[in-house]
Every structure is written in C-alpha cells, then in structure tokens.
Design a protein around this ligand. Structure first.
Ligand SMILES: Cc1cc2nc3c(=O)[nH]c(=O)nc-3n(C[C@H](O)[C@H](O)[C@H](O)COP(=O)(O)O)c2cc1C
Length: 316
C-alpha cells in the first residue's frame, strides 16, 4: 500500500508502532517493527541523555530500516534529549504534549522529519500552521493522553482532516487490520497502534503489566485525573482513589499530589498494577495474546489485505 506517509518515511506498510514510555524505550520493539516494514518508534521520554544515546545506537545497529524517536515536550529532561537527538541527527521526530514551534527550524537544518502528536482540532491546526511535516491524531479510545473532551477517534480524525492538508497518522482504539482499514478510509495516510504493541514479547514492561492489559476488556479503562493531565488507564485501585477524590472535591493541591504520587514507571518497571498508572487503551479488549512484534505486523498486514479485498468485492 502506498500513501503519503509510506512515501515520506520510506516504509512498506502504513503502520506505526506508537511511542510508549518504558514499553518502547529500549531498542527491541522499535527494531522489530521497523524490520517488519512498519515504523518503529523509540520512546525517549523516560531516558537520560546518555542512556538515550546508548539505546539509539543499539536501535541503529538492529535495523537498517527507517525508525523514529518520540519525545513528550513537557517532560523535565526534554531539552537535553532534543539536543542529543539533534546531535545524533535523528531522522524522524515524533513530538507530543507541547508546541513544535521552537524546535522546527533547528531540526529542519539536519533534514529531520517532524511529526506532531495532537488530540484536538485546535492543536492540530496550530501544529499544521507551524509547518510540521505530518500529524499523529488520536481520539478518546487511546491509551496515554487522549483528548480530555473524550471526543472519539472516528470524529476527531475526520474533523481534523476537514481542516488540515498535511498527512495524518491516525490512532486510538486500533488493534487489528479492520481498525487500520477504518482509519485509512477516514482519510488518514497511516495508522498508529500503541496498546496492541504493548502485548508483544519485545515490549519492555513488567509481566504484571502485560497480564493486566491481557485481562482487560473494552470497558476496563477510564480517563483518570481530569483535574490534572488526564490519562487513559486501567480502572485499578489508583484510578478508584482518584475518582473518590473527585467525588469528595479534594483541594486541588492534595488532588495533584495524589495523582502525581502514582507513576507509569511504578507499574511498568516494578509491576505494581494496583497503585501504579497502568496506561492502556480501550483496544486492550480486542487483543487476546502476547506475540512477537513481527507476528503482529504480519497479521495486521494480512488482515488489512482481507478487509480491502472485502470492500473491493462489495463495491463490485
Ligand atoms: C503505556 C503507554 C505509554 C505511552 N507513552 C507515550 C509517550 O511516552 N509519548 C507519547 O507521545 N505517547 C505515549 N503514549 C500514547 C501512544 O503513543 C499512542 O498515542 C496510543 O497508545 C494510541 O492509542 P492505542 O493505545 O489505543 O493504540 C503511551 C501509551 C501507552 C499505552
């Protein structure tokens, strides 16, 4: 399949493995996805600059295919990571949670492609006006940071495509070829999957985390932390404590302290899936096994072909 994104990035399939802190912060998962013809994405957010440079070196050795580095711009260490990305001439930057404006000229200077992650029409228009090469657009179903408004992927992606002309990589709620075909049909040029790639052998999260994602059905996630920077995560003890705090109208300072005390690292590295932040999307309910990333990629590609054949047959 040829799209503006496969051509821009030089990949075989319009499939992007979403940057996921910890899960894709080592080389294994992005290398496997890139080697299978998709775009593997290294999540640099949790890494210190020297660790990042080490992992980037491993990734470049493990794949000769295109890959990207994701960086949430709001993170305290983001400036140092951006410097390291620039020095190492990272070919594709996928930035989230912040404005691309201050960084674009510098990264253009080394020929990098800059893709901005957005979850609202407003941020999509701002990023497109700033001159990014492409957008990742996610809706409410997504794991991580979906739109606080909870407008769905189906509606968010379509609405953004009414207003911008840059290529869109759409995501949030997709775990199989049917979902990929649906978002391509909406007008996206590629599709990003996060939660599906959490359930791979290469994803570097604790076994308890994978078991919790595997056990979750489509209704087992919630938007947690509406009074801070909300995440879609598992309805666990932490989420219930936050809901109680909202119901009891806890003072903002105490609320933020409660929300920040729990971390993704606590769940992803230590395996505390009751009190840690277990970020995952609604599509966890669509996945029933942990597999090698290459097997996931092969199945996604074959399902996508099945769906397009079906649609072609329906169209006569
Ligand atoms: C465990 C986890 C960690 C994530 N970490 C990041 C991150 O570091 N940077 C980022 O831009 N998005 C992050 N996200 C969001 C994903 O990149 C992606 O947008 C989302 O997973 C897509 O929705 P899906 O899970 O329904 O496929 C994370 C998502 C998950 C599930």
């Amino acid at each position: 399949m040829r799209t503006r994104i496969t051509t821009m990035l030089g990949i075989d399939h319009p499939i992007v493995q979403a940057g996921m802190s910890w899960a894709s912060s080592s080389a294994a998962l992005p290398a496997a996805v890139s080697n299978a013809g998709g775009l593997g994405v290294l999540a640099a957010g949790p890494l210190r600059p020297d660790d990042f440079e080490h992992v980037l070196g491993q990734l470049a050795t493990a794949t000769g295919r295109p890959y990207a580095v994701n960086i949430p711009l709001y993170r305290p260490g983001a400036a140092d990571i951006l410097d390291a990305m620039h020095a190492r001439r990272v070919p594709v930057v996928i930035a989230s949670q912040g404005s691309p404006k201050a960084h674009l000229a510098r990264f253009r200077g080394i020929g990098a492609i800059w893709i901005q992650v957005v979850a609202t029409l407003e941020h999509a228009c701002k990023a497109a006006d700033a001159g990014v090469d492409a957008l990742v657009v996610v809706g409410a179903e997504a794991g991580g940071h979906p739109p606080a408004s909870e407008v769905t992927t189906l509606v968010t992606v379509r609405r953004v495509l009414q207003e911008v002309s840059v290529p869109v990589i759409a995501g949030g709620g997709v775990a199989d070829g049917w979902g990929i075909a649906a978002l391509l049909a909406l007008g996206a040029d590629a599709v990003q999957l996060g939660t599906r790639f959490l359930l791979t052998e290469e994803a570097t999260v604790h076994a308890n985390y994978k078991a919790a994602v595997l056990a979750a059905d489509v209704q087992d996630t919630a938007l947690v932390g509406r009074r801070d920077l909300p995440i879609r995560g598992l309805r666990n003890a932490f989420a219930r404590a936050v809901f109680d705090a909202e119901r009891d109208q806890l003072p903002q300072e105490d609320y933020v302290a409660l929300f920040k005390k729990s971390t993704l690292k606590q769940a992803a590295l230590d395996g505390d899936v009751e009190w840690g932040k277990v970020e995952l999307g609604q599509s966890a309910g669509l996945v029933s096994r942990i597999e090698p990333a290459a097997a996931v990629m092969a199945r996604l590609v074959s399902e996508l072909a099945q769906v397009t054949d079906r649609l072609r047959a329906m169209a006569g």
